[in-house]
Design a protein around this ligand. Structure first.
Ligand code: SF4
Length: 328
């Protein structure tokens, strides 16, 4: 690990001043950043510890919905009464992620920012990784790509976003509130993470001098018929091979609104809008769900070792929707 200076600023304003130092990084729970530093993938010259700043509150908002502070711990969010009652999909996704010990440390802001788990990215013995060394190539394209993307990838990078929380936040239309040297702005979750394109080293649209302050969840009709399905190698602790956040709003058996978002399949949570359109307005049935699941994998492309993911994604979407709609 490289040597670095360590600061513990007293407030957000001071933290934002320090982040302008080239090579500075914020640290909250540190559950991903410390691993990256130990491996030499991240080499910050300054760590700005923000873990003590007052950004962990979870509160109801006047117009409905809730605001979750960026430093709220994943376990606290999953256990919060407002989340459990109004956003059970988020609670399910958080509890599917990591181990209890990690969930006690990991923050919402850190979870949004966590980096891919591609083995070539973490192993500096491999030279070809455009995400770690832009312009060096992508070892995973013709290598070990069992866990890699089937949607939205590029020739530069086929890695996936590893978060469960981000998948649920996408289904719930979350908005990320950030602050930087140019003031505050809000970013829809769909615009927060990026596809790899030509610049896979950039995983989000957060500017280098910006800090995540909070996440807003609007009032949504997805408090009953929801299900987060995570398919992984080990039930106790593993990243998703494929996951699905399924949310239905049902009125007399008819689908009045729906969200289908897949995780583990792309560089960002992958919303299956065409599959949602198949269900919207229909009476929910096993046949309609199967039709939607077939549409959900339209355009999928695999790279050899991850060929299985296309069929797995289809079945996972079908199973998640059947569970969400109490049809299983
Ligand atoms: Fe690097 Fe992305 Fe290729 Fe993995 S998939 S080796 S992270 S460029």
């Amino acid at each position: 690990m490289n040597s670095f200076s360590y600061l513990r600023p007293g407030d957000v304003t001071s933290a934002l001043q320090h982040i302008r130092t080239p090579g500075a990084k914020f640290i909250g729970g540190g559950s991903n950043l410390l691993d990256l530093m130990k491996g030499g993938i991240e080499q910050p010259v300054m760590l700005i510890d923000i873990s003590h700043l007052p950004l962990s509150e979870i509160s109801a908002q006047p117009g409905g919905g809730i605001r979750i502070g960026a430093l709220a711990r994943n376990s606290d969010v999953a256990a919060h009464p407002l989340v459990r009652r109004n956003y059970p999909l988020l609670a399910q996704a958080l509890l599917a992620g990591a181990s209890p010990q990690l969930r006690n440390m990991a923050t919402v802001g850190g979870n949004l920012m966590q980096r891919t788990r591609c083995g070539y990215f973490y192993d500096t013995a491999f030279d070809a990784c455009n995400k770690r060394l832009p312009g060096s190539g992508c070892a995973a394209l013709a290598g070990r790509n069992r866990n890699h993307a089937i949607f939205g990838a590029s020739e530069q990078c086929i890695a996936v976003n590893p978060s469960d929380m981000n998948v649920a936040l996408t289904a719930l239309d979350a908005v990320i509130n950030v602050q930087g040297s140019h003031g505050r702005r809000s970013i829809a979750i769909a615009d927060f993470h990026r596809l790899p394109g030509e610049t896979p080293q950039h995983e989000t649209n957060l500017a280098a001098d910006e800090m995540i302050l909070s996440v807003d969840l609007p009032p949504v009709p997805f408090d009953e018929y929801v299900y987060y399905l995570k398919v992984r190698d080990r039930a106790s602790y593993a990243f998703a091979l494929v996951s699905v956040a399924a949310a239905l709003d049902l009125h007399l058996g008819r689908v009045t609104d729906v969200r289908i978002v897949m995780g583990g399949v792309a560089h960002k949570p992958w919303r299956a809008t065409a599959a949602e359109a198949v269900l919207r307005g229909k009476i929910l049935s096993a046949t309609a769900v199967a039709d939607a699941a077939r549409v959900a994998i339209d355009g999928a492309q695999a790279y050899g070792q991850n060929d299985y993911k296309i069929e797995l994604a289809q079945s996972a979407v079908e199973r998640a929707l059947l569970h969400a709609g109490d049809l299983s």
